[in-house]
Design a protein around this ligand. Structure first.
Ligand SMILES: Cc1cc2nc3c(=O)[nH]c(=O)nc-3n(C[C@H](O)[C@H](O)[C@H](O)COP(=O)(O)O)c2cc1C
Length: 217
């Protein structure tokens, strides 16, 4: 069965989605083809992926949704003529740690699979991943091992392992002590420190309250 992995991040090979893809491929004995949506013509790519039994879309959550380049590509996809041996699965990662934040996109992926007449492998969701590129190895070792197993099991069974999906999804929502910690960390400004640093590095900190789409009268 042929598989193609599509990287749905606008950052392409320089992003965190690529790190997820690499770990998934590490688990496969025969790694499959990977293409970056942002580097391709959406209609040509949609035509190309038709020939594959399985499409795996690995992407980040941007503004509670999917990146524009991915959305534009999806609009070019056509339903498979028959669902026999045709599947689609999603690997979704982002900065928000609670997986409840990803549920709307997850639901959409479920309906999209039906629309495309492809069997739904499921959506792997992993929050708290915005810093993954800069994390020391010991902090990401466990996640990397799990992603490798996901790839290994996928190659063997053509399914996404349900136990892995469940484990990566945690926490769904903060509660109890974790919630108290989060509230404290938010109050002292630690949650925003990473965003503010990035805004400052790009000379955009002073514009962080700009509303460029608001009509000026
Ligand atoms: C413009 C922008 C918007 C983002 N919006 C969200 C969001 O709504 N939810 C979330 O969990 N993470 C959000 N993030 C964090 C990214 O999902 C996270 O950094 C991810 O790992 C980026 O993956 P990539 O490097 O493959 O693009 C956002 C990041 C950027 C730059």
């Amino acid at each position: 069965m042929s598989t193609i992995i599509l990287n749905g991040s606008p950052k392409g090979k320089n992003g965190n989605s690529e790190i997820f893809i690499k770990q998934f491929l590490k688990g496969m004995k025969t790694p499959c083809e990977v293409k970056c949506i942002s580097k391709e013509n959406p209609s040509t790519l949609a035509e190309y992926v038709k020939g594959f039994d399985t499409i795996i879309l690995a992407l980040p959550l941007y503004i509670h949704s999917m990146p524009g380049v991915t959305m534009r590509f999806i609009e070019h996809l056509e339903p498979a003529e028959t669902s026999e041996n045709k599947s689609i699965g999603f690997i979704l990662q982002g900065g928000f740690p609670e997986s409840c934040q990803y549920k709307y996109v997850e639901r959409y992926f479920g309906s999209l699979s039906k629309e495309l007449n492809r069997n739904y492998l499921g959506t792997v969701i992993k929050g708290n991943s915005a810093n993954i590129h800069g994390m020391p190895s010991f902090m990401k070792r466990k996640l990397f091992t799990v992603l490798e197993s996901l790839g290994e099991i996928y190659e063997r069974t053509h399914t996404f392992d349900k136990a892995i999906i469940e484990s990566l999804k945690r926490p769904y929502e903060f509660s109890g002590f974790d919630l108290k910690i989060m509230k404290f960390v938010t109050k002292i400004g630690l949650v925003n420190s990473m965003w503010n640093k990035s805004l400052k590095q790009n000379g955009a900190f002073d514009k962080n309250l700009d509303k460029p789409f608001l009509q000026k009268n």
